[in-house]
Structure formats: structure tokens, C-alpha cells
Ligand binder design. Structure first.
Ligand code: 0X9
Ligand code: ZN
Length: 424
């Protein structure tokens, strides 16, 4: 009897979800964007972007049941591409009893739970610190992976190796590498990939046979921020799957600042919006948000930063500064050499071939982004990596693609870390 009831429950739940998908009233529309003014109108509208970018040419938008007039108001040619699942259907989708970060997307609580398991199992290699608190009161965590630790002597930035076999030996001057995940809430594959990278880093430091280990030990201090935007991520799980921004209350029932438009470099310029309902709303001022302030302040306390990698999706691209202008920085090789090395390592590992280049010309102009800020302040290698795919599923990347995405990204990171340890 119980079994029959359970079967019935599954069937009813599944049909509800399927039903929700078929008649959700949410659609993907393609609009023709002819020039800069069209692009700005799209940016300033409150229609969500299905495309990862507003392009001159075609851009796909998310149009809800009550949004149709907004689409018409844009005054652009449009065409319906497909139905979309109800954005809140995720909350009701059946999930495995024991979700696994390699096979499933994890909720925020499950994600931090997994990081905590790793930390508690490896107390000498992993520590964490709360670097801030989101608008809705969630902790923003940074995990420190102890390949090396700062020496006791504050007058020197030399490090001390912390892995079991060599604990206490001096290293070269310490250099920091920062890995960021979860800036944009709907890009679930990004924090998922940052989890895999973290686990692989821990395993590398525990494995004396791993050729990367001595390089990490020689001078690198590793910091991972698994989820910069917990409010948005939770919202994307519970309420609106395609949510991108944080959850600042902008008033009038309008929420959210695009954290990747809230950094200081180029803030307020093109490729960002002053309209609060826009998906690229830059916020009322530079670093107005607790999330961007947290990561900025934390980074300022670290040993000299040699690299920052901010994981996003989707596009399969490795992007470097600048974002805010199409004029390249003076020394392009700071980025083109490690960027292309990452790409090649990813391909050699059997992964997809990511496109490399300057953000503003390879993707689009965007002002107030993380990579421009970190490059501007630290002069360091600063990348945005846009993970899978190239548009077939976009932000709704199927779970079957988690492992291949994590694996190719780790291949790229190994290469980057290996090269970074040789930097002055
Ligand atoms: O628009 C963004 O913030 C990033 N793309 S995403 O689809 N993940 O939202 C890209 C920012 C990188 N830089 C440039 N576009 N120039
Ligand atoms: Zn993003």
C-alpha cells in the first residue's frame, strides 16, 4: 500500500513539474538589437536576459506571463524561440536523497555543509573565515587552503610550508591566489566547479606524488570564496531560477544589484545600468553592496595577490581585462600567456576549447566588473572564466555536464597554479 502511495506521489509530483513546464507562460524570445541604443534599451528593461550578453545582432530574453507588454514596448523585432519551465519549478523538482557535488547542483546549505566536511576532515589544511554578511543575513565565507602559511615574523612576507611532510620549512615570499564563485546566482555550474577545484586542491596537498604539490608549497597561499551571493543563490533555488543579482531592496518591489557591475573600476560606464529593475543595475554607488565590500576588504588583508579567477557561466570563454573599455592594457602578455596556457591545458585534458581574449571585445563592454578591479588594484592576472555551455542550455546546464565542466576547469586551474608559482 505504502509503495503504491509512494508511486502515486511520484507520478503526481512529476506531472506537476512537467505540467508546470508545458504551460508555464514563460518563454524565450529572440530580439533583433541593431545598435547601441537598442542594446541600452534592453539593458534598462526589467526583462531577464536568457543570453549571457546583449549583443548587436540577436539577444534572447526571458519573458514571463505578465511581461509581454514590456517586450512589445522595446520596439524591437522579436520571435519566440521556446517555452521555458516555470522559474520556480526548481523548488518542487524531485532531488536525490544524497546529493553529490559532482553529480548534482547543491543548495547553499548543502554546499557550505560539504565545505565544512572537508574543513573538519583536514583541520591543518583548511580553515575558514566569515568575510561579510549578505543583505538577508547569510554569512559570506572564505576558505583558506594552507599550502603555505605566513611566517610568524611580520616583517617578512615569507611563508612556512604547512603540508604534513614539510611542515615548518621556509618558502619563497608568499603570493595569494583568489578563486571566486557564486557572483551571479543563476550560474549554478560556477560554484559547483569552485567546489571541485577546492576538493582537488586539498587532495593535491595530501598527495606527495602529485607534481603540483611542491609548486603550491613553494610560495602560494590559496583562498576560495565559494559563494559571494548567497541571497541570490537561495532566491534562484526557491523562487526564481533565472535570478542574477543580489537581493538589495531597491524600493517599490524592485530588488537586486548586479555585483559584477558594482566594483569601482569604470563604475557607471557603458554595459551597466542605472535602472534599479535592470539585470545589470550597478547599485547606487561604488561598492554599495555588502557582498562586494566583503571580498574587496578581505583581499586587501591578504599577502600580495598574484591572481584572481572569477567563475561564471555561460559562454566557454577565458576573459581578461579590460571589460570597461575596448582599449587593451599596456602589457597584454600578463593575461594572454596564462590565459592561452589554461585554454590549451583544458583542451589537452579532453575538455572543450574555450575562446580566450579581452572581455570587452571577446564578450561585450561591461563596467564595474571584478576582473577590471583586481587588475587595476593589484596589477595581477585577473580572469573571468565563463564555463559551459555556449547557449544550448545556457544557465540551465544539465547535471550530466557537471563532471566534464569541473574536469576541464580543474585542468585549466592546475596549469594556472603551476605557472603562477613561478611568478615573481
Ligand atoms: O556580464 C557579466 O558580468 C559576465 N558575464 S555573465 O554572463 N556571467 O553575466 C561577464 C563579465 C566579463 N567581462 C566582459 N563582458 N567584458
Ligand atoms: Zn556571471
Amino acid at each position: 500500500m505504502i509503495r503504491i502511495l509512494r508511486c502515486l506521489t511520484v507520478i503526481v509530483t512529476l506531472s506537476l513539474v512537467v505540467g508546470a513546464t508545458a504551460q508555464s507562460g514563460w518563454s524565450r524570445y529572440r530580439v533583433l538589437v541593431s545598435d547601441y541604443w537598442d542594446a541600452q534599451r534592453v539593458a534598462d528593461s526589467s526583462l531577464g536576459l536568457f543570453s549571457d550578453e546583449i549583443e548587436i545582432g540577436f539577444t534572447d530574453l526571458i519573458v514571463g506571463p505578465k511581461d509581454f507588454f514590456q517586450l512589445v514596448k522595446l520596439g524591437l523585432f522579436y520571435r519566440k524561440i521556446s517555452d521555458l519551465p516555470r522559474p520556480d519549478a526548481w523548488a518542487n523538482t524531485p532531488r536525490p536523497d544524497y546529493p553529490d557535488y559532482k553529480l548534482n547542483y547543491l543548495t547553499f546549505a548543502e554546499m557550505i555543509g560539504q565545505y565544512e566536511e572537508w574543513r573538519l576532515a583536514n583541520p591543518t589544511l583548511v580553515s575558514r573565515v566569515q568575510i561579510g554578511t549578505s543583505w538577508n543575513g547569510y554569512a559570506i565565507w572564505a576558505y583558506r587552503i594552507y599550502s603555505a602559511v605566513p611566517s610568524e615574523n611580520p616583517s617578512t612576507s615569507f611563508g612556512v610550508i604547512n603540508t604534513p611532510s614539510k611542515r615548518g620549512q621556509f618558502t619563497a615570499p608568499l603570493r595569494s591566489l583568489v578563486i571566486l564563485g557564486g557572483t551571479h546566482s543563476r550560474e549554478w555550474i560556477a560554484p559547483s566547479t569552485v567546489m571541485a577545484i577546492t576538493k582537488n586542491l586539498i587532495d593535491t596537498l595530501k598527495n606527495p606524488a602529485d607534481s603540483l604539490r611542491p609548486k603550491l608549497e613553494s610560495n602560494l597561499a590559496l583562498y576560495v570564496i565559494p559563494m559571494l551571493n548567497p541571497d541570490g543563490y537561495v532566491h534562484s533555488w526557491t523562487t526564481f531560477r533565472m535570478w542574477r543579482k543580489n537581493r538589495r531592496n531597491n524600493g517599490g518591489g524592485v530588488f537586486g544589484v548586479d555585483l559584477n557591475r558594482n566594483y569601482s573600476k569604470g563604475w557607471g560606464g557603458s554595459g551597466s545600468s542605472g535602472t534599479t529593475s535592470s539585470d545589470t543595475y550597478r547599485g547606487p554607488s561604488v561598492f554599495s553592496e555588502p557582498e562586494t565590500t566583503a571580498v574587496r576588504n578581505y583581499c586587501l588583508t591578504l599577502p600580495p595577490i598574484k591572481g584572481v579567477i572569477d567563475f561564471h557561466s555561460y559562454a566557454e570563454k577565458i576573459l581578461w581585462p579590460w571589460s570597461y573599455t575596448t582599449t587593451p592594457p599596456v602589457n597584454v602578455s600578463v593575461h594572454s600567456i596564462p590565459g592561452n596556457a589554461m585554454k590549451n591545458a583544458m583542451v589537452a585534458s579532453g575538455g572543450n576549447s574555450y575562446v580566450t581574449g579581452m572581455g570587452s571585445t571577446t564578450l561585450y563592454v561591461a563596467s564595474g566588473t571584478s576582473k577590471d578591479y583586481y587588475f587595476d588594484i593589484y596589477g595581477c592576472a585577473s580572469f573571468t572564466i565563463e564555463l559551459r555551455d555556449t547557449g544550448t542550455n545556457g544557465f540551465l546546464l544539465p547535471e550530466s555536464q557537471i563532471i566534464p565542466t569541473q574536469n576541464e576547469a580543474w585542468a585549466g586551474m592546475r596549469q594556472f597554479l603551476s605557472d603562477a608559482s613561478a611568478l615573481p
